[in-house]
Design a protein around this ligand. Structure first.
Ligand SMILES: C[S@@+](CC[C@H](N)C(=O)[O-])C[C@H]1O[C@@H](n2cnc3c(N)ncnc32)[C@H](O)[C@@H]1O
Length: 222
């Protein structure tokens, strides 16, 4: 199936959304990303960089962010924040074993095969390189989870369904626009292991005690 950049049609909306209505979530998930990745020097690939909203966080840690995204609409905004290239996360325009760090924020449910992307992350990382993943929490966020009665969250049998869907409890959010693939928790963790990445740390964050974000730090073994 040819890749289509679903965000091209929503890039201006997304630019406003992450810094407007979703700003508290953007900030909180960015803090998680910073805690996991930690300070460092050299290039950090901002994988699926979107509008470049993580560039400032990565720079504040000492990294030099470089963005890759499939959507030229998103990259139009990102180019004002970091050097960018158009590319597919599953076939990165990046040399093997060339990077000390990769960060991927809020994008794994946009990718039809995140396990393949994790293998590509492992390919481009140097031995000892760090990979920070921050994404919607696989257990509590997706078409299978209804947050309309916060802080209660209702999870239903669609947790087992990995297929693409635009179903979402919030008709005004990102997923009702661009849809999502669901990656169950075991698939996410096994994807890291199968790519040869070693999990170092996991962190959760969420309002009212239920986590809506899961972050993982993994390293490529030396
Ligand atoms: C929800 S946005 C997240 C953007 C940014 N990382 C953030 O934290 O705001 C997901 C991004 O993944 C990008 N994307 C989807 N499929 C991709 C692919 N195959 N390769 C590269 N980027 C992709 C989309 O274009 C979009 O910009």
């Amino acid at each position: 199936m040819p890749l289509t950049a679903a965000y091209d049609a929503h890039a201006d909306w997304y630019e406003d959304y992450v810094s407007g209505r979703a700003a508290p979530y953007t900030r909180r998930s960015g803090e998680l990303l910073a805690s996991l990745l930690g300070p460092g020097a050299g290039a950090c690939l901002d994988l699926c960089c979107g509008t470049g909203v993580r560039a400032g966080t990565l720079r504040a840690l000492g990294w030099t962010p470089l963005g890759v995204d499939l959507s030229r609409g998103q990259l139009r905004h990102a180019a004002a924040r970091l050097p960018v290239a158009a590319g597919d996360a599953a076939a990165l325009p990046v040399a093997t074993a060339s990077l000390p760090a990769v960060a991927c924020s809020l994008a794994h449910t946009d990718l039809p095969d995140y396990a393949a992307v994790l293998r590509e992350v492992a390919r481009v990382l140097r031995p000892g390189g760090r990979f920070a993943h921050v994404g919607v929490h696989p257990c509590f966020v997706g078409a299978f989870a209804d947050w309309s009665d916060r802080p209660r969250v209702f999870v239903d049998e669609r947790y087992a369904d990995r297929s693409y869907t635009t179903q979402a409890w919030d008709p005004t959010g990102v997923r009702a626009r661009v849809g999502a693939w669901h990656v169950p928790l075991a698939d996410l963790l096994n994807g890291l292991a199968d790519a040869g990445l070693r999990l170092v740390r996991a962190m959760e964050s969420g309002p009212g005690g239920v986590a809506d974000v899961l972050g993982l730090l993994a390293v490529k073994p030396v």
